[in-house]
Design a protein around this ligand. Structure first.
Ligand code: 3PG
Length: 216
C-alpha cells in the first residue's frame, strides 16, 4: 500500500462517517459467524464495519467480511505497529484506535491505512488536529462526558468532526447525532453478543434497520 497523509485519512474518514449513522463495533469470537454477521448488518443498512482486534479470530474475520458485497471493513482496537501491519494484511481498509500515539499514527500513515484515532479531552483532540486529523473518535463517549461534552467542543473546535463510541445505544445515540460536530456514532448494540451466539441474524438485521430508520 502507498502512504497516506493525515489530511487524506481525514477526508476518507469523513466519507466513511457519512455513509450510515452507526458503525457497528464487532467482537467476533467464532469465525464461522463472521460472514453471516457482516451480511446481516450490511443488509440492514450499516455497511461500515469495525472488527475489533480483541479475539483470536479477529484478523481472519476481517478477511472473511471483506468478501461481503457492499461492506467496508476496518480494524478496531489498533494499539501497536504489528496490529496495523496485520490489519492491512488481513484486508482492513480503515483503522480505529481507542486513543492515539505517535507510533500508531506513523504506522498507519506508512501502511496507507486511514486512522480514526481516539480523543477524550480538548487537549487530545487539539493534539490530533495539530497532526492533521480533523475526524476523530470520541472515546469512551458516555464515561468521558457524553453528548453534553461533545456538544461543548463544537463552539471552540468546530473544525473537528467526531465519531463518539463507548456506551452508546439506540436510545442515547440521537443526543450525539444532534450535535453539529458529530457525523456518526460507533456501537456494539446493533450486534449483541447473545444474538451472535444464537446466530440470530434476522434480529441483527432488524437492529441495523431500526438504527438506520431512527437515526439517519
Ligand atoms: C468498544 O471499544 O468496545 C466500543 O467503544 C464499543 O463500545 P460499546 O460496546 O459500549 O458500544
Amino acid at each position: 500500500m502507498t502512504k497516506i497523509s493525515s489530511k487524506d485519512a481525514s477526508i476518507r474518514n469523513l466519507e466513511l462517517c457519512k455513509i450510515a449513522p452507526v458503525i457497528p463495533v464487532l467482537i467476533i469470537e467464532d469465525i464461522s459467524s463472521a460472514r453471516d454477521l457482516g451480511e446481516a448488518l450490511v443488509a440492514g443498512g450499516l455497511p461500515v464495519l469495525e472488527v475489533t482486534l480483541r479475539t483470536k479470530c479477529a484478523l481472519q474475520a476481517i478477511t472473511e467480511m471483506s468478501k461481503i458485497k457492499g461492506g467496508i471493513v476496518g480494524a478496531g482496537t489498533l494499539i501497536t505497529y504489528n496490529d496495523v501491519k496485520n490489519a492491512v494484511d488481513a484486508g482492513a481498509t480503515f483503522g480505529v484506535a481507542p486513543g492515539a500515539t505517535d507510533k500508531l499514527i506513523d504506522a498507519c500513515e506508512e501502511a496507507g491505512l486511514p486512522l480514526l484515532a481516539g480523543a477524550s479531552s480538548a487537549s487530545e483532540a487539539m493534539a490530533l488536529l495539530e497532526k492533521g486529523y480533523s475526524v476523530q473518535k470520541f472515546f469512551p463517549a458516555e464515561a468521558a462526558g457524553g453528548a453534553a461534552f461533545i456538544k461543548s467542543l463544537s463552539s471552540p473546535l468546530p473544525q473537528i468532526t467526531f465519531c463518539p463510541t463507548g456506551g452508546i445505544s439506540q436510545k442515547n445515540a440521537v443526543n450525539y447525532l444532534d450535535s453539529s460536530n458529530v457525523e456518526c456514532v460507533g456501537g456494539s448494540w446493533v450486534a449483541p453478543k447473545e444474538a451472535i451466539s444464537n446466530r440470530d441474524w434476522q434480529k441483527i438485521e432488524d437492529l441495523a434497520k431500526d438504527a438506520v430508520r431512527e437515526l439517519s
